[in-house]
Structure formats: structure tokens, C-alpha cells
Design a protein around this ligand. Structure first.
Ligand code: SF4
Length: 406
């Protein structure tokens, strides 16, 4: 017997339904950083002013081609790398160039990522004038020991100053990234982070768990025994304290790693999680047109040589099975969860029929809740989300096997 929850649907459900469709999005990749953080495995290149200028030239040529194809984005997200590391001239050319090609129309949200140490009043003024209406900054932590182990360039006091500067410039929508679970972190250090968040008062928080990625400086230090990762119990205690503190401060979790004040979700990222279409420009930027996923080759030198016509790599046609897998994996990241009628439409069979045993177990363990229209992870389920989804997906894969047998 499968129990159904009578819980009220969360606010994020109301917003995501109301705001949809959120497609298409436009992602712009700026791959330069002045220093590489110890945990970072993103596509990043060392910053050099002359290369940054040429990069913006190529970016605007690619933007021209995308605009000519008729793309009218509802959201723009400029990420990296560190977009704010661009010198002010290149920063202005990029933002004004994007504004003239994609501003107006159906554009509702335009976010730019900024590192607290590389944003200043002039760059903030230029961004606002171009139409940017949201800035996301990477604080990661306010604990000096944590900043050191994460290899961050800035001190704990710089973030508050950057947010004050952005507010004074006129930005109303500000997001802050935090990382939890770094080596040596304690629940007490989370209290410091929470106190700083309360002072800065952003409307959106991304709360990521540290992961030790292959090839990063942090992973090498772990292999050499120079850093000791926290145990699972310590990480869970830290995560619970951080989430509890943020909830008390008025933030609602709308995605496994993201919380916000009412109606302040990142629409650009919601579009990803809802499997909306998006176009990426810049070295290594990914795109999804509803049928194919592909990437620009992640190589800054090759991007400059291609002069705005980058080679597309990792091109993948999204078949029915992959679409179903993505629906399951992406939807269950959201607090609103998986739309059961959408699953039935794609799979040709109800989730409760194909995942009967895993669903009953997960409900019994209180890792998921089943509402009238959605299946969603509980707070405990979010702590082990990958395992929850895999258990469901193993059952779902039988759909393909059943079809093959017919
Ligand atoms: S600022 Fe961001 S992109 Fe740059 S090295 Fe650090 S984590 Fe990576």
C-alpha cells in the first residue's frame, strides 16, 4: 500500500508553475580566474588582459550568430570562471554587446557572477545600465581557515563590502554561494557563516557540499594525507545546522542546494532543472535545443582561433530513455518534485506501477513523499538524494527491458 502525503505544496511549486515557460535561457561562459580555487574543476583559464579582450571579440561574434538564429532568451546567466575579473573595458563591451543583441523582448532575468574581490562601483554601474538585474557572488565561507583551505583569494570582510556596493548601485536581487563540509569545518563555524548571511541579507543562497574532484589541488592534498575530509556524520550535522539557520532566517529550500526568499528563485537555473531549452556561448558552454545536447570545445585557444564559430563537441541526441532519466534526476532535485503525469506521459506507464517495490521502500523509510500530483524527496531524502534516485531509476530501466522484450 502506497501512502499519500497531504502536505501543502511548497511555494516554489506555485512560482515555477506560474513563471513557466522559462525557456529559452542563454548561458555565457567567461573562463578566466586570477587564481584557481583548490576545489575547482571547472573549465577555467589563467587571466591575461590581452586574451580577455580577444575572447570578448569572439564571444560577440558568436552572440551575433545566435541572435541571427532568432534566439530571444527569457533569462541570461553569465558565469565562469570569474566574469567580474574582466578589465572594465572588456566587461562593458561584453555587457553592452549582449544587451544590444538580447535585451528587451522576453528577457526577465539577467544574472552575472562576480567574485567579491573583483567587482567595483564602475563595473556595477555598467552592469545595471546594460540590464543586468541579479548578481551572484561566491563567498563560500566567512571562516578564515575555510577560505584558506578552499584557496579563495578574498578575506571574510570583502563579501559584505561587495554586497553593500552592489545594493548602493541599485541591485535588488543578490545571491550568495556557500560551501559546507570543508576540512576542519565545525558547527560553530557554520554559526559564523549564518551570522554574516544575516548581516548581508541576500535574497538567494546556494549551499553546496564540498566534493573532492579528480585533478584538483584539494584532491591531491587529500591523497597525500595533508587534508582529512570530514566524516559523513559531521557533514550531515553541519548541513542540518546551516539549513535550519537559513530556514529560521526566512529562506525556503526550493532545490537540493538552493534556498531563497519568497519568489526569488533563480529562474535561469529552474529552466535547467525543468529540462527547458538553453543556448550556451563561449568556450566550453553547453546547449540543449530540446533534442540535442552539445558543448563548445572547452579550449580558450581553440575558441579564439574559431573566431566565434566554435567546434561543437559531445553532441548527444536525447532519446526517450535519456529524457526519462533526466526527468527523474532533475525533477527530484526540486522541492516540488517529479510531476507524475509527465512521467506517465513519457514512460507510457505510471511510476507507481514500474517502481512499485522501490517506491514502497522509500516511502517506508520516509525518504520520499507522494502527493496527488508529485513525488518529492523529504528533507531526509535530500541528504541521500543520489541513492534515492538511483533506486527509482534501477526500477525505471525495466521499462526499456520490457519494451525490448515485446
Ligand atoms: S572562482 Fe570559481 S571558477 Fe574560478 S577557480 Fe574559483 S571556483 Fe573555479
Amino acid at each position: 500500500m502506497i501512502r499519500r502525503s497531504t502536505n501543502r505544496r511548497p511555494e516554489s511549486d506555485e512560482l515555477s508553475t506560474e513563471m513557466s515557460p522559462l525557456s529559452p535561457g542563454l548561458y555565457v561562459h567567461v573562463p578566466f580566474c586570477t587564481v584557481r580555487c583548490s576545489y575547482c574543476d571547472f573549465h577555467v583559464a589563467g587571466y591575461r588582459a590581452a586574451i580577455a579582450e580577444r575572447y570578448v571579440d569572439a564571444l560577440l561574434v558568436e552572440a551575433d550568430l545566435v541572435a541571427e538564429s532568432g534566439l530571444s532568451p527569457r533569462t541570461i546567466f553569465i558565469g565562469g570562471g570569474t566574469p567580474s575579473a574582466l578589465p572594465v573595458g572588456a566587461w562593458g563591451r561584453m555587457l553592452e554587446g549582449l544587451s544590444s543583441r538580447f535585451g528587451g523582448g522576453s528577457l526577465t532575468e539577467w544574472t552575472v557572477e562576480a567574485n567579491p574581490g573583483t567587482i567595483d562601483e564602475e563595473k556595477a554601474r555598467i552592469a545595471l545600465a546594460a540590464g543586468v538585474n541579479r548578481v551572484s557572488t561566491g563567498a563560500q565561507t566567512f571562516d578564515p581557515q575555510g577560505l584558506k583551505v578552499l584557496g579563495r583569494e578574498h578575506g571574510p570582510e570583502v563579501v559584505e563590502g561587495a554586497h553593500a556596493l552592489l545594493r548602493d548601485a541599485g541591485f535588488r536581487r543578490l545571491s550568495l554561494d556557500l560551501i559546507i563540509g570543508w576540512p576542519g569545518q565545525t558547527v560553530r563555524s557554520v554559526e559564523t557563516d549564518l551570522a554574516q548571511v544575516a548581516r548581508i541579507d541576500p535574497d538567494h543562497i546556494s549551499l553546496y557540499h564540498l566534493s573532492y574532484e579528480k585533478g584538483t589541488a584539494l584532491e591531491r592534498r587529500r591523497e597525500l594525507g595533508r587534508v582529512t575530509p570530514l566524516g559523513d556524520d559531521a557533514v550531515i550535522a553541519i548541513a542540518r545546522r546551516a539549513l535550519g539557520g537559513l530556514r529560521s532566517a526566512g529562506y525556503t529550500r526550493y532545490e537540493v542546494s538552493n534556498l531563497c526568499r519568497p519568489r526569488q528563485e533563480s529562474l535561469h537555473n529552474l529552466n535547467y532543472w525543468q529540462r527547458g531549452t538553453y543556448r550556451g556561448i563561449g568556450s566550453g558552454a553547453a546547449s540543449f535545443d530540446g533534442v540535442r545536447r552539445f558543448k563548445n570545445r572547452p579550449d580558450v585557444g581553440a575558441y579564439l582561433r574559431a573566431e566565434g564559430r566554435p567546434e561543437q563537441v559531445e553532441v548527444e541526441e536525447i532519446g526517450a530513455q535519456t529524457a526519462l532519466e533526466e526527468l527523474l534526476f532533475l525533477s527530484l532535485r526540486l522541492s516540488v518534485g517529479l510531476d507524475l503525469s509527465e512521467f506517465r506521459e513519457r514512460a507510457g506507464v505510471a511510476l507507481a506501477d514500474v517502481c512499485r517495490s522501490s517506491l514502497a521502500e522509500l516511502l517506508g523509510e520516509r525518504l520520499v513523499e507522494l502527493g496527488p500530483s508529485h513525488l518529492r524527496a523529504t528533507e531526509r531524502g535530500f541528504e541521500v538524494l543520489d541513492a534515492v534516485i538511483l533506486r527509482l531509476w534501477e526500477d525505471c530501466q525495466r521499462i526499456a527491458r520490457i519494451r525490448e522484450c515485446r
